[in-house]
Design a protein around this ligand. Structure first.
Ligand code: PGA
Length: 263
Protein backbone atom coordinates (compact mmCIF):
# COMPACT_ATOMS: atom_id res chain seq x y z
CA UNK A 1 0.00 0.00 0.00
CA UNK A 2 1.49 3.29 -1.08
CA UNK A 3 1.01 6.14 1.41
CA UNK A 4 1.57 9.69 0.19
CA UNK A 5 1.63 12.43 2.83
CA UNK A 6 1.18 15.95 1.48
CA UNK A 7 1.00 19.37 3.00
CA UNK A 8 -2.68 20.17 2.63
CA UNK A 9 -6.01 19.32 1.03
CA UNK A 10 -5.16 21.18 -2.17
CA UNK A 11 -2.01 19.11 -2.72
CA UNK A 12 -4.01 15.93 -2.01
CA UNK A 13 -6.59 16.85 -4.67
CA UNK A 14 -3.90 17.71 -7.22
CA UNK A 15 -1.95 14.50 -6.64
CA UNK A 16 -5.13 12.41 -6.87
CA UNK A 17 -6.32 14.23 -9.99
CA UNK A 18 -2.97 13.62 -11.71
CA UNK A 19 -3.51 9.85 -11.38
CA UNK A 20 -6.88 10.16 -13.12
CA UNK A 21 -5.48 12.44 -15.81
CA UNK A 22 -2.67 10.00 -16.54
CA UNK A 23 -5.11 7.08 -16.64
CA UNK A 24 -7.48 8.82 -19.10
CA UNK A 25 -4.63 10.03 -21.29
CA UNK A 26 -3.24 6.48 -21.44
CA UNK A 27 -6.67 4.92 -22.06
CA UNK A 28 -9.33 7.38 -23.25
CA UNK A 29 -12.05 4.76 -22.74
CA UNK A 30 -11.11 4.24 -19.08
CA UNK A 31 -13.67 2.95 -16.61
CA UNK A 32 -13.60 5.14 -13.52
CA UNK A 33 -14.99 4.36 -10.10
CA UNK A 34 -16.22 7.59 -8.53
CA UNK A 35 -17.12 8.71 -5.04
CA UNK A 36 -19.20 11.38 -3.34
CA UNK A 37 -18.59 13.27 -0.08
CA UNK A 38 -16.73 16.49 0.58
CA UNK A 39 -13.22 15.17 -0.04
CA UNK A 40 -13.46 14.28 -3.76
CA UNK A 41 -14.88 17.67 -4.75
CA UNK A 42 -11.49 19.40 -4.98
CA UNK A 43 -10.20 16.53 -7.14
CA UNK A 44 -13.23 16.87 -9.43
CA UNK A 45 -12.51 20.61 -9.70
CA UNK A 46 -8.99 19.78 -10.88
CA UNK A 47 -10.38 17.43 -13.53
CA UNK A 48 -12.87 20.06 -14.67
CA UNK A 49 -9.99 22.56 -15.05
CA UNK A 50 -8.07 20.06 -17.20
CA UNK A 51 -11.13 19.57 -19.39
CA UNK A 52 -11.79 23.29 -19.69
CA UNK A 53 -8.21 23.93 -20.75
CA UNK A 54 -8.51 21.25 -23.45
CA UNK A 55 -6.00 18.96 -21.80
CA UNK A 56 -8.45 16.13 -21.18
CA UNK A 57 -11.55 14.60 -22.72
CA UNK A 58 -14.03 12.31 -21.01
CA UNK A 59 -15.94 11.58 -24.21
CA UNK A 60 -15.12 7.87 -24.12
CA UNK A 61 -14.94 7.47 -20.35
CA UNK A 62 -17.38 5.29 -18.42
CA UNK A 63 -18.01 5.72 -14.72
CA UNK A 64 -19.53 3.80 -11.84
CA UNK A 65 -20.28 5.46 -8.56
CA UNK A 66 -19.73 3.65 -5.32
CA UNK A 67 -23.09 4.12 -3.68
CA UNK A 68 -26.46 5.80 -3.44
CA UNK A 69 -29.10 6.32 -0.77
CA UNK A 70 -31.95 3.88 -1.05
CA UNK A 71 -35.39 5.46 -0.98
CA UNK A 72 -34.72 8.63 -2.94
CA UNK A 73 -34.64 9.16 -6.69
CA UNK A 74 -31.80 10.59 -8.76
CA UNK A 75 -33.43 14.01 -9.01
CA UNK A 76 -33.56 14.42 -5.22
CA UNK A 77 -31.08 17.18 -4.31
CA UNK A 78 -29.38 14.94 -1.74
CA UNK A 79 -29.07 11.94 -4.05
CA UNK A 80 -25.59 10.99 -5.07
CA UNK A 81 -26.72 11.02 -8.71
CA UNK A 82 -27.60 14.69 -8.30
CA UNK A 83 -24.30 15.34 -6.52
CA UNK A 84 -22.31 13.83 -9.39
CA UNK A 85 -24.26 15.73 -12.02
CA UNK A 86 -23.67 18.99 -10.20
CA UNK A 87 -20.07 18.52 -9.04
CA UNK A 88 -18.64 16.85 -12.11
CA UNK A 89 -20.69 15.51 -15.00
CA UNK A 90 -22.35 18.73 -16.14
CA UNK A 91 -18.97 20.45 -16.33
CA UNK A 92 -17.21 17.91 -18.58
CA UNK A 93 -17.84 16.15 -21.88
CA UNK A 94 -18.74 12.76 -20.43
CA UNK A 95 -21.75 11.09 -22.05
CA UNK A 96 -24.36 10.91 -19.26
CA UNK A 97 -25.39 7.50 -20.59
CA UNK A 98 -21.94 6.27 -19.66
CA UNK A 99 -22.29 7.35 -16.03
CA UNK A 100 -23.74 4.83 -13.62
CA UNK A 101 -24.90 5.45 -10.07
CA UNK A 102 -26.88 2.75 -8.21
CA UNK A 103 -30.65 3.42 -8.46
CA UNK A 104 -31.93 4.78 -5.19
CA UNK A 105 -35.50 4.30 -6.36
CA UNK A 106 -35.15 0.83 -7.87
CA UNK A 107 -38.40 -1.14 -7.61
CA UNK A 108 -36.38 -4.26 -6.93
CA UNK A 109 -33.27 -3.12 -5.09
CA UNK A 110 -31.79 -6.59 -4.75
CA UNK A 111 -32.02 -7.17 -8.50
CA UNK A 112 -30.60 -3.69 -9.07
CA UNK A 113 -27.53 -4.66 -7.01
CA UNK A 114 -26.88 -7.73 -9.12
CA UNK A 115 -27.39 -5.75 -12.30
CA UNK A 116 -24.87 -3.15 -11.10
CA UNK A 117 -22.25 -5.84 -10.55
CA UNK A 118 -22.99 -7.21 -14.00
CA UNK A 119 -22.68 -3.77 -15.59
CA UNK A 120 -19.25 -3.32 -14.00
CA UNK A 121 -18.17 -6.73 -15.31
CA UNK A 122 -19.55 -5.99 -18.79
CA UNK A 123 -17.54 -2.75 -18.90
CA UNK A 124 -14.35 -4.74 -18.47
CA UNK A 125 -13.89 -3.71 -14.82
CA UNK A 126 -12.90 -0.50 -13.10
CA UNK A 127 -9.48 0.92 -14.02
CA UNK A 128 -9.20 3.40 -11.14
CA UNK A 129 -11.50 3.59 -8.15
CA UNK A 130 -11.65 6.80 -6.13
CA UNK A 131 -12.49 6.48 -2.43
CA UNK A 132 -13.07 8.76 0.52
CA UNK A 133 -13.12 7.27 3.99
CA UNK A 134 -15.56 7.65 6.85
CA UNK A 135 -14.42 8.45 10.38
CA UNK A 136 -15.39 4.87 11.17
CA UNK A 137 -13.23 3.49 8.35
CA UNK A 138 -16.09 2.91 5.91
CA UNK A 139 -15.47 2.92 2.16
CA UNK A 140 -18.53 3.49 0.04
CA UNK A 141 -21.31 2.66 2.47
CA UNK A 142 -19.50 -0.45 3.67
CA UNK A 143 -19.88 0.23 7.35
CA UNK A 144 -17.88 -1.56 10.09
CA UNK A 145 -18.73 -5.28 10.15
CA UNK A 146 -19.20 -5.38 6.35
CA UNK A 147 -17.92 -8.62 4.90
CA UNK A 148 -14.52 -8.08 3.32
CA UNK A 149 -15.73 -10.16 0.37
CA UNK A 150 -19.03 -8.30 -0.04
CA UNK A 151 -20.52 -7.38 -3.40
CA UNK A 152 -22.94 -4.59 -4.37
CA UNK A 153 -25.86 -4.86 -1.97
CA UNK A 154 -28.32 -3.03 0.25
CA UNK A 155 -26.63 -1.80 3.40
CA UNK A 156 -27.95 -0.22 6.58
CA UNK A 157 -26.17 2.98 7.57
CA UNK A 158 -24.70 3.41 11.04
CA UNK A 159 -25.97 6.22 13.23
CA UNK A 160 -22.50 7.80 12.97
CA UNK A 161 -22.75 8.00 9.18
CA UNK A 162 -26.32 9.30 9.33
CA UNK A 163 -25.16 12.00 11.78
CA UNK A 164 -22.12 12.89 9.63
CA UNK A 165 -24.35 13.34 6.59
CA UNK A 166 -27.20 15.10 8.40
CA UNK A 167 -25.58 18.45 7.54
CA UNK A 168 -26.71 18.00 3.93
CA UNK A 169 -30.39 17.51 4.79
CA UNK A 170 -32.87 20.16 5.89
CA UNK A 171 -33.83 20.01 9.56
CA UNK A 172 -37.16 18.25 9.13
CA UNK A 173 -36.29 16.40 5.96
CA UNK A 174 -36.38 12.63 6.25
CA UNK A 175 -32.92 11.16 5.81
CA UNK A 176 -32.41 7.71 4.28
CA UNK A 177 -31.15 4.97 6.59
CA UNK A 178 -30.41 2.49 3.82
CA UNK A 179 -28.13 2.53 0.82
CA UNK A 180 -27.00 0.52 -2.16
CA UNK A 181 -23.23 0.24 -2.15
CA UNK A 182 -20.54 -1.57 -4.06
CA UNK A 183 -19.11 -4.21 -1.76
CA UNK A 184 -15.58 -4.37 -0.44
CA UNK A 185 -14.98 -7.33 -2.76
CA UNK A 186 -16.20 -5.19 -5.67
CA UNK A 187 -13.84 -2.36 -4.71
CA UNK A 188 -10.88 -4.72 -4.34
CA UNK A 189 -11.36 -5.82 -7.97
CA UNK A 190 -10.62 -2.34 -9.32
CA UNK A 191 -7.23 -2.35 -11.02
CA UNK A 192 -6.10 0.66 -9.00
CA UNK A 193 -7.56 2.26 -5.88
CA UNK A 194 -6.99 5.88 -4.87
CA UNK A 195 -8.15 6.82 -1.37
CA UNK A 196 -8.13 10.47 -0.29
CA UNK A 197 -8.41 11.74 3.26
CA UNK A 198 -7.85 15.14 4.79
CA UNK A 199 -8.26 16.58 8.25
CA UNK A 200 -7.61 15.45 11.76
CA UNK A 201 -10.99 13.77 12.11
CA UNK A 202 -9.81 11.11 9.63
CA UNK A 203 -6.51 10.41 11.43
CA UNK A 204 -7.77 7.42 13.45
CA UNK A 205 -9.43 5.82 10.42
CA UNK A 206 -6.20 6.27 8.45
CA UNK A 207 -3.94 4.70 11.05
CA UNK A 208 -6.41 1.80 11.37
CA UNK A 209 -6.43 1.39 7.58
CA UNK A 210 -2.68 1.56 7.04
CA UNK A 211 -1.15 0.19 10.23
CA UNK A 212 -4.01 -1.67 11.92
CA UNK A 213 -5.16 -5.26 11.60
CA UNK A 214 -7.16 -6.22 8.54
CA UNK A 215 -10.62 -6.33 10.00
CA UNK A 216 -14.24 -5.82 9.02
CA UNK A 217 -14.34 -3.33 11.89
CA UNK A 218 -12.31 -1.00 9.66
CA UNK A 219 -13.52 -1.78 6.13
CA UNK A 220 -10.76 0.30 4.49
CA UNK A 221 -8.14 -1.99 6.08
CA UNK A 222 -9.09 -4.52 3.36
CA UNK A 223 -7.06 -2.31 1.00
CA UNK A 224 -3.95 -3.86 2.55
CA UNK A 225 -4.80 -6.79 0.26
CA UNK A 226 -4.85 -4.63 -2.85
CA UNK A 227 -1.83 -4.76 -5.14
CA UNK A 228 -2.19 -1.18 -6.36
CA UNK A 229 -3.73 1.04 -3.70
CA UNK A 230 -2.53 4.56 -2.97
CA UNK A 231 -3.59 6.45 0.14
CA UNK A 232 -3.19 10.20 -0.36
CA UNK A 233 -3.50 12.21 2.83
CA UNK A 234 -2.67 15.59 4.30
CA UNK A 235 -0.51 16.11 7.39
CA UNK A 236 -3.54 16.23 9.67
CA UNK A 237 -4.97 12.91 8.46
CA UNK A 238 -1.48 11.40 8.72
CA UNK A 239 -0.91 12.67 12.25
CA UNK A 240 -1.39 9.32 14.02
CA UNK A 241 0.71 7.24 11.60
CA UNK A 242 3.94 5.77 12.86
CA UNK A 243 7.06 6.18 10.69
CA UNK A 244 5.74 9.14 8.73
CA UNK A 245 9.27 10.00 7.65
CA UNK A 246 9.63 6.54 6.11
CA UNK A 247 6.54 7.10 3.94
CA UNK A 248 7.97 10.43 2.81
CA UNK A 249 11.28 8.75 1.99
CA UNK A 250 9.51 6.06 -0.08
CA UNK A 251 7.59 8.71 -1.99
CA UNK A 252 10.78 10.65 -2.81
CA UNK A 253 12.37 7.41 -4.05
CA UNK A 254 9.28 6.57 -6.12
CA UNK A 255 9.32 10.02 -7.69
CA UNK A 256 12.99 9.62 -8.61
CA UNK A 257 12.34 6.18 -10.08
CA UNK A 258 9.36 7.35 -12.11
CA UNK A 259 11.35 10.27 -13.43
CA UNK A 260 14.26 8.08 -14.44
CA UNK A 261 11.87 5.69 -16.19
CA UNK A 262 10.08 8.58 -17.91
CA UNK A 263 6.72 7.59 -16.38
P1 PGA B 1 -16.27 13.05 3.37
O1 PGA B 1 -16.92 11.57 3.33
O2 PGA B 1 -15.36 13.12 2.19
O3 PGA B 1 -17.46 13.96 3.25
O4 PGA B 1 -15.55 13.15 4.65
C1 PGA B 1 -16.11 10.48 3.12
C2 PGA B 1 -16.92 9.19 3.23
O5 PGA B 1 -17.80 9.11 4.10
O6 PGA B 1 -16.63 8.26 2.47
Amino acid sequence: MKVVILEDAEAVAKYGAAIFVKQIQKKPSSVLGLATGSTPVALYNELIKKYQSNQLSFSQVKSFNLDEYLGISGDHPQSYRHFMNEKLFKHIDINKKNTAVPSGDAKHPLDACEEYEQMIKNSGGIDVQLLGIGRNGHIGFNEPSSSLGSRTRVKTLTQETIDDNARFFAENESQPHLSITMGIGTILEAKQVVLLATGENKAQAIVDTVQGYITAQCPASALQFHANAVIIIDEAAASLLKNREFFRHIERENQKLEKSLGL
